[in-house]
Write a protein that binds this ligand. Structure first.
Ligand SMILES: Cc1ncc(COP(=O)(O)O)c(C=O)c1O
Length: 364
């Protein structure tokens, strides 16, 4: 018995530890654990959940969902001002990435990513059978090396180029004009993961009608506070959507998620209020981190900040925060962002606790 060769030399997704386990290690009640490591929203969408609760007894969970996800699809179309034929509804952005790689990548095809970036772009591509080519980001500001990406794509005849915009974990944004250049100068699929779109308000989505090779991946996990509901979507031109629908599974969203997503998309103002609060907190944290001894934070257009620890081992800082029940992402071993940690913007109270503990650790 064997499994596929691709897994012989493969780094899987690093699963986050559960809050229950953190609580045990930190010796605190689970409610006191502060999760600033997954880039999820700190706000629970109570009014949306209450609306779903009212209709819960009527939901037809004995039946499969409407495979077209009609209600949710309507909401996505009006939010993005596109037609039904431009959308593929997915179980989170991760399924979007999975569908894209399964549709576009043949065994041995080349896929380009701009590193460091969201790990699932590489993982899904490899699982689909791709050879992943990594183009390192450039200083200052972790910029995508557009010239090199175009060169590598033409030389290696790559079939897919992934962009993560704004990028996780560096937080920076690549000008849409750069993406347009790549879409024009290459024959590859240009796939843009816009999971953090709402925090920067800039998108390549309005280029899909002009560039049939452009694909946008979005999610309701971040700005819409619905990470646990697993809702995402892909935007692309009509022909591309037809191709992606060859792969899309029929029932990957639950009837409960469809309702929640539909309600969320009918309440855009609520989402915008949360985004405004997070952006304000992000800027405050950015200033305070940079005023700390031994810390350098990088500008961000997302709901998280990447920061470098100076003169101390970031692993130790991570561990000390962890022992206090504060989880941040340890990226200290990632090439290009050595000795860095990533913190998700939480509520004012959570951020204050994080800042105080960090200060105690780094300003020794
Ligand atoms: C860039 C990026 N894309 C996709 C995802 C996954 O999103 P979803 O929860 O919609 O699967 C994440 C989650 O952190 C992300 O950072």
């Amino acid at each position: 018995m064997k499994i596929r060769k691709v897994f012989e030399n493969f780094t899987p997704y690093e699963w986050e530890i559960s809050s229950q386990e953190v609580a045990k290690i930190a010796n605190i009640p689970v409610e006191q654990v502060i999760r600033l490591d997954t880039n999820a929203s700190p706000y629970k969408p109570r009014s949306w959940l209450n609306e779903v609760a009212k209709i819960l007894p009527e939901l037809q969970v004995n039946q499969y969902p409407d495979t077209k996800y009609s209600e949710l699809l309507d909401g996505i179309c009006s939010y993005n001002n596109v037609g039904e034929d431009n959308v593929v509804v997915t179980n989170g952005a991760d399924e979007g990435i999975d569908i894209v790689t399964k549709t576009f990548v043949d065994n041995g095809d080349k896929v380009i990513i701009s590193t460091p970036t969201y790990s699932m772009l590489k993982i899904s591509s490899q699982i689909a059978g791709a050879k992943v080519l990594e183009v390192p980001r450039k200083a200052p500001g972790f910029r995508d090396d557009i010239e090199e990406i175009v060169n590598v794509c033409c030389r290696e005849k790559a079939n897919v180029i992934f962009f993560c915009n704004p990028n996780n974990p560096t937080g920076n944004f690549t000008d849409i004009e750069n993406l347009r250049i790549v879409a024009e100068e290459t024959d590859a699929w240009i796939v843009v993961d816009e999971a953090y779109y709402e925090y920067c308000g800039k998108t390549a989505a309005n280029l899909i009608s002009k560039y049939p090779n452009l694909v946008i991946i979005r999610t309701l996990s971040k700005a819409f506070s619905l990470a646990g509901a697993r809702i995402g979507y892909i935007l692309a031109n009509e022909d591309t959507v037809k191709k992606l629908n060859l792969v899309r599974p029929p029932n990957s969203l639950t009837v409960v998620s469809i309702k929640l997503g539909t309600i969320a998309l009918s309440d855009i103002n609520q989402m915008r209020k949360w985004v405004d609060e997070i952006v304000e907190e992000r800027e405050r944290l950015f200033r305070l981190l940079n005023s700390m001894k031994n810390v350098e934070a990088y500008p961000s257009e997302t709901n998280f900040l990447l920061f470098r620890i100076k003169g101390l081992d970031a692993n130790t800082v991570h561990e000390k925060l962890f022992r206090k029940g504060i989880c941040v992402r340890n990226l200290s071993g990632v090439r290009g962002i050595e000795n860095c940690l990533r913190v998700t913007i939480g509520t004012r109270e959570q951020n204050e606790k994080f800042l105080n503990e960090l200060k105690n650790i780094v300003e020794v």
